[in-house]
Design a binder for this molecule. Structure first.
Ligand SMILES: [Zn+2]
Length: 106
């Protein structure tokens, strides 16, 4: 069973987090705050979240599977590429692609 909860509130937070990143990305002075926290490259905020490999996703610093109580905690939110998030494993994409992460990861 997944520990994720998909509530309207969670969806609102997700959209709000994307919008906040988009605003940061629009200004060169704050752009570094909105890059992908995994690979540190710019995220494509022009694309709708989760639609392309370099579009935005909300990643959780502490994985939801291990820390379900933190999944709605904004302090646990990180901007990430869809592809990076997917590769990380316990991210939001739940796609199961790529190799399993080594035990020391995360
Ligand atoms: Zn990335």
């Amino acid at each position: 069973m997944s520990k994720r909860v998909h509530t309207r509130e969670a969806q609102r937070q997700r959209t709000e987090f994307y919008e906040s990143g988009k605003i940061l990305d629009a200004d060169p002075a704050t752009r570094h705050l909105s890059v992908c926290w995994i690979c540190t490259l710019r995220i494509d905020y022009e694309q709708a979240p989760g639609t392309t490999t370099d579009s935005h996703t909300l990643d959780h610093y502490y994985p939801v599977e291990d820390f379900p109580e933190l999944q709605n905690d904004p302090d646990n939110f990180r901007h990430a590429h869809f592809d990076c998030n997917s590769s990380r494993g316990k991210g939001d994409a739940e796609r199961g692609l790529g190799d399993p992460m080594p035990a020391w990861w995360g």
